[in-house]
Write a protein that binds this ligand. Structure first.
Ligand code: CU
Length: 437
């Protein structure tokens, strides 16, 4: 039937290597309201029997949203509802990931650009005034959805709804391009990793090839997640980094966070970045750096998984997660590199360790967190798995940020034609494909 024509399954980076039965009849409905400049995506219906792991749960096939406009997507507001519109708890969403098949990721060019993601925490990606994600009409956005139900309540006909405000090219206010930044403890490979019992930490670094600023970061973890940490290593002999590393003092002191939104005074006292073209109020391009946009394998340094003491700063069961500043500016130095904390994101979980929320920390109020070409971003993912068992593909640790390049054109060459969709009938076991035509 028609629904199957729209869907196809890649070995996506979120669920690559895992083989799930395909849930029947899950479709994507996209409504564009030109008056309110809002797209509403609705994925469903999904049936969620109680106490069912993601491996046992039939999963929606990948769905493709064809972008209906040329302009900018400004924010992503996800929620789960049932057929009657009642709220369904976010914890049944294992994760959802939006990938632009027409662009390569700037940190991991082997991947598609990951434009939006959410898990049980249902992070609400708020609008950042003056910034948006550039899309062109016809861009193919592949949507991977994975569900599970760790609760004792069954949910029938649940829908994932994502509301996306946009501006099109006819809009009077120009918008600066912002790029999703996906810093994964599994580097540029599939995001899932095996979660050992007890406390564990996984660390990885990725080099950045472009100078610019981070406007904010959030994160994605699974159940039993405790904390994500992002650090930047600046090369002292890089002129931009040198000036910044001496001036910027990120102090994210106890911003109150609710529903993923920083509601209190976020005192991220980051020094004004010396990134002339990337500041929100300055559109002049004064420096054009040499940009290499070769789509090569990203050079990624991977750290071994190691079991360690539980992080003292994790406040996994606190009523309100506090975004605490790391106590020192320079955590460590290695050769000419100085490592500085960018953000600490403590996970909020329920009494059983199910993930409820990961905070979002924003820097745009203070001009953004400066990143220089050649810097290295390091992400650390801390878990505490109380089940006593190794959980296969049980964990993810991803810090997701918004990056504004110093040279707005630098990332344009990452655009490319979408790969043709594979024919499902040739690649998949037909027993897992609905035969409802
Ligand atoms: Cu995930």
């Amino acid at each position: 039937m028609a629904g199957m024509q729209q869907s196809h399954t890649h070995d996506g980076f979120m669920q690559g290597g895992m083989h799930h039965a395909i849930a029947k009849g899950v479709t994507l409905d996209a409504k564009t309201d030109a008056n309110t400049h809002t797209v509403t995506l609705r994925i469903g219906p999904m049936n969620l029997p109680a106490n069912t792991s993601h491996m046992k749960m039939p999963q929606p096939a990948d769905l493709v949203w064809s972008i209906p406009l040329t302009g900018w997507l400004l924010a992503y507001h996800p929620k789960l509802v049932d057929a009657a519109g009642n709220s369904v708890p976010g914890t049944v969403l294992h994760h959802v990931a939006f990938w632009n098949e027409n662009r390569s990721d700037f940190l991991c060019p082997n991947k598609e650009e990951h434009i939006f993601g959410a898990g049980g925490e249902l992070t609400d990606w708020v609008l950042i005034p003056g910034f948006g994600y550039r899309v062109e009409k016809g861009d193919q956005i592949r949507i991977e959805t994975m569900i599970h139900n760790p609760t004792a309540t069954a949910y029938d006909k649940a829908y994932l709804e994502v509301t996306i405000p946009y501006l099109d090219d006819a809009s009077p206010a120009p918008v600066k391009n912002v790029y999703p930044t996906w810093i994964d403890v599994n580097t540029c490979a599939n995001s899932s990793y095996d979660l050992p019992p007890g406390p564990s930490k996984k660390v990885a670094s990725v080099p950045v090839k472009y100078s610019g600023i981070l406007l904010g970061v959030g994160g994605h973890m699974h159940d039993y997640g405790q904390q994500l940490t992002l650090e930047v290593s600046s090369s002292k002999d890089f002129s931009l980094a040198t000036s910044n590393s001496e001036n910027s003092k990120p102090q994210i002191s106890k911003a109150e966070v609710s529903n993923g939104e920083v509601t209190g005074a976020s005192k991220s006292a980051v020094a004004k970045p010396r990134v002339p073209s990337a500041g929100p109020s300055d559109g002049n391009v004064t420096t054009a750096e040499t940009v290499k946009v070769e789509v090569k394998k990203a050079q990624v340094e991977k750290a071994e998984m190691q079991t360690t003491e539980p992080s003292k700063t994790a406040v996994a069961n606190a009523e309100k997660p506090k975004v605490e500043a790391a106590k020192h500016e320079v955590a460590k130095t290695e050769g000419s590199k100085a490592t500085k904390p960018v953000a600490v994101l403590p996970a909020k979980t329920d009494a059983q360790g199910h993930l409820l929320e990961i905070p979002v920390v924003t820097f745009f109020q203070t001009g953004g967190y400066p990143i220089a070409a050649g810097d290295k971003l390091t992400v650390t993912s801390a878990y505490n798995n109380p089940t006593g068992k190794l959980l296969r593909d049980g964990a993810m640790g991803i810090v997701v940020g918004y990056f504004v390049p110093q040279d707005p054109a630098a990332l344009n060459p990452l655009r490319h034609p979408a790969k043709p969709a594979p024919q499902d009938t040739h690649h998949h076991d037909m027993s897992q494909v609905p035969h409802d035509h």
